[in-house]
Design a protein around this ligand. Structure first.
Ligand code: ZN
Length: 159
């Protein structure tokens, strides 16, 4: 049964409020994570607690429980000169900016002459996410995995 300190493998599909698939393990590898360590969204983690291999799940995660509300105030206008080494700046381009709080992923949201508006919101911010899927496997975490706070081996960290 899924509980803290268990390693969980699952298949999942995530759709937004409009029914568009935004992420899925289908055609790829299952998601493997260490339960109880905030490695996945808190709302999803809570809904999976107590499930067993073979169990299916369907969970709706509101923005506050997922990637947060979309914050329009966090948009920033930066001069084109800040994009040194980028030949052509286009809408939707993603950049990683170094900030005092660590690296932040930015998307180009608007281009007006030399003023580039960048959006630091997560692409899924403000979206209600509907997760469906099934639990494939649940096992005990190793001492080492617990010490590191993440999964090793298949689907996990290799180091
Ligand atoms: Zn590790």
């Amino acid at each position: 049964m899924i509980a803290d300190q268990k390693v969980v493998s699952l298949n999942f599909t995530v759709k937004d409020g409009q029914g568009q698939v935004v992420d899925s393990s289908e055609g790829g590898s299952p998601l493997v994570y260490l339960h109880g360590q905030k490695n996945i969204m808190p709302g999803l983690e809570a809904a999976l607690t107590g499930k067993a291999p073979g169990d299916e799940f369907a969970v709706t995660i509101e923005p506050a429980e997922g990637y947060g509300e979309y914050n329009e105030d966090s948009l920033q206008v930066v001069p084109r000169a800040a994009f040194q080494g980028v030949e052509k700046i286009e809408l939707g381009m993603m950049f990683t900016a170094q900030t005092p709080n660590g690296p932040v992923q930015l998307v180009v949201a608007k281009i007006e002459d030399d003023n580039i508006t960048v959006d630091p919101n997560h692409p899924l911010a403000g979206k209600t996410l509907n997760f469906t899927g099934s639990v494939i496997d649940v096992r005990d975490a190793t001492e080492e995995e617990l010490a590191h706070g993440h999964v090793h081996g298949e689907g996990g960290h290799h180091h």
